[in-house]
Design a binder for this molecule. Structure first.
Ligand SMILES: [Zn+2]
Length: 621
């Protein structure tokens, strides 16, 4: 899946997943991609399959890909499609829908060719989440999320593929793929060749071409590659390496003995806030890599913290869905996907681990961890708490369920937490949800999917009979989780406290929103503002025209957020807002904004109490 940073309603957010099957012995499908002769920001692609034995065929570009949980229609970005015979003559074809092309005469079909347009420079990116989107910037950067470039023929998804990528000398591939052969090399270009067992591997291995900026390090036998594209050279792979190394080492410690990859690539694309560029901030996971898109304008400390939260989430997907997944995920149908009921596990438990490992390994303190849990409880209140998670998951591509997608990172993670506490309680501290996930991973693994409707039985048989009640009440049932009951088990209580917030965001909840039609930014209604906004005199519905004479709209909202972070205490700040059609000037001085918030505090209990014992097992076990 994906993971998004700021949940401003107008900014897409996501994550990702994957699948597996048996390879085929025939000649590979040759996919040629030309990154040298780029015309009008479009890349030419040819797909040359083995000879057809069927009378006709259909060529597909994915409608959706694993882990995004959204319908994106990557075929919309394909232009100038041609079906060619062995003499290079054009054959007839029929465009069936956005993502499929029917060729009635397959016997004479040698190959298809087309041009690909990228998503990053389209305003709104047609709803495609940037970490699964594409970038074409001749001579500078190519983000090859290959599902946007390479398609497949009917019944040929299991054929082997050979990627032949022609690229300028100045750009190198960042990818977890290792067999790069620089085949024909000329003065003008080089050609990289990658061999892949099946179509799934093609899309499971994104490649980012950029000027060389690669750093690597080893963690307990695993090589981690970091590739960075920073358009204004603000960051380098070396500058972000220390934070990543600390985080991945901690993750490996937390996971302990577990099968995983020998190589992991982090492809970081930093987007330029000043130009039309990627705006869906977050990441998408793959088996051996992740694509991360963040604003280049982020401050170093914030970038490190965000990378820790985002990349650790993607890395934990190694557990699920990568090693524990249902048949819907394993035999993914890119053009007619069936969804699994268990997003609570794929995304929720993964997100929970991305927070739990940080307290477990001492990267954050307890109060920070409790604050994150409280934030999730509060933010989850924006969604229907009685919608059964399994039902939402099964129907996540449809209305009204798809609007609840973001809740998989909130309530999904809280389900993980509550299940973890319940397991600790039943096992007297010995077993937690990480033990459960490892047991499921041993039982299944990458190549053995489970039946969607049997997962609960498996979990019960690996844990305790009482767990069935939990699963059927809070995951497939419509009963909201009584969080206070779970907190009592570990000696925590909820209480009100004053907390620091950002100027425009509190935790993950922004005080502002944007109108995609007019591009205007406005203050949200029905929200309690922080101390700074109250002092400024803002009213819900006020449209932000300028701040300190700089004009803002949804295009440069991140600049506003980042600029505010650097305001000095006592500095004069002037807003011009539009209220009821009239411009209104508002002025005050910058000061650390605060807001009241429900937080978790530890009860005064003896170290020997059952609650403290369970709490220690939960957080440090
Ligand atoms: Zn995810």
């Amino acid at each position: 899946m994906k993971k998004a940073i700021y949940t401003l309603a107008f900014i897409g957010t996501l994550y990702s997943c994957k699948t597996t099957q048996t390879p085929n012995q025939d000649e590979p499908v040759i996919a040629s991609i030309d990154l040298v002769n780029v015309e009008n920001d479009k890349v030419s692609v040819e797909i040359n399959p083995d000879k057809f034995t069927t009378a006709n065929t259909t060529f597909y570009i994915p409608k959706t890909v694993p882990g995004t949980y959204s319908t994106d229609n990557y075929g919309k970005f394909i232009e100038n499609f041609k079906a060619l015979d062995y003499n290079g003559n054009e054959l007839e074809f029929e465009k069936v829908d956005d993502n499929s092309w029917f060729v009635p005469n397959a016997k004479d079909l040698d190959k298809v060719s087309y041009q690909v347009n990228d998503t990053y420079d389209i305003e709104g990116e047609e709803g495609v989440f940037s970490p699964s989107g594409t970038n074409i910037e001749a001579g500078k950067n190519f983000m090859l999320n290959l599902h946007g470039f390479v398609g497949y023929f009917e019944n040929e998804k299991e054929e082997a593929y050979q990627l032949q990528i022609k690229r300028p000398h100045s750009l190198i591939p960042g990818t977890a793929l290792s067999k790069t052969v620089a085949a024909s090399t000329s003065m003008e270009f080089k050609e990289d060749i990658f061999s892949l067992k099946r179509y799934f591997e093609v899309i499971d291995n994104p490649i980012m071409y950029a000027t060389p900026d690669t750093t690597s390090f080893m963690v307990e036998g695993m090589e981690v590659l970091i590739n960075v594209y920073s358009p204004n050279k603000k960051y380098t792979s070396k500058s972000i390496k220390p934070g990543i190394e600390k985080m991945i080492s901690a993750q490996k410690q937390f996971l302990g003995e577990i099968d995983n990859t020998g190589k992991y690539a982090i492809l970081l694309y930093l987007s330029d806030s000043e130009t039309q560029d990627a705006r869906g901030f977050g990441a998408l996971e793959h088996h051996t890599s992740t694509v991360v898109v963040l604003p280049e304008s982020m401050q170093p400390q914030q970038l490190e913290k965000t990378m820790t939260d985002v990349v650790s989430h993607e890395f934990f997907h190694i557990l699920t869905p990568l090693n524990v997944h249902s048949k819907e995920v394993h035999y993914f149908d890119y053009n007619d996907p069936k969804m699994s009921q268990h997003l609570w596990m794929y995304e929720g438990v993964t997100e929970y681990f991305a927070n739990l490992f940080q307290i477990n390994q001492g990267l954050i303190d307890k109060q920070d961890f409790y604050g994150r849990i409280s934030d999730k409880i509060k933010t989850a209140q924006q969604f229907d708490d009685t919608m059964p998670f399994t039902e939402m998951s099964k129907n996540i591509l449809e209305e009204p369920y798809k609007d609840s997608y973001y809740n998989v990172y909130l309530k999904g993670a809280l389900i993980g937490m509550a299940l973890d506490i319940r397991l600790r309680e039943l096992s007297d501290g010995d077993m937690g949800i990480l033990d459960l996930m490892k047991a499921l991973s041993n039982k299944y693994g990458m190549d053995k999917p489970f039946n969607d409707e049997e997962l609960f039985n498996d979990i019960v048989s690996l844990t305790y009979p009482e767990i069935r009640t939990f699963l059927e009440t809070y995951i497939s049932g419509s009963t909201p989780i009584p969080y206070q009951e779970f907190f009592e088990k570990v000696g925590l209580t909820e209480s009100e406290a004053q907390v620091n917030t950002g100027y425009f965001i509190k935790g993950q909840i922004p005080y502002i929103d944007g109108d995609p039609a007019t591009k205007e930014l406005f203050f949200r209604e029905n929200i309690e503002f922080n101390s700074f906004l109250k002092k400024l005199g803002v009213k819900g519905g006020d449209i932000i025209k300028s701040v300190n004479d700089e004009e803002y709209n949804i295009q440069n909202v991140y600049n506003l957020i980042m600029t505010a972070e650097s305001w000095e205490e006592g500095e004069k700040v002037n807003f011009v807002v539009v209220r009821d059609g009239e411009e209104v000037e508002l002025g005050t001085t910058a000061s650390q904004p605060t807001d009241t918030e429900t937080t978790l505090t530890e009860e005064e209990l003896s170290e020997n109490s059952q609650e403290v014992k369970l709490r220690n097992a939960w957080l440090k076990g």
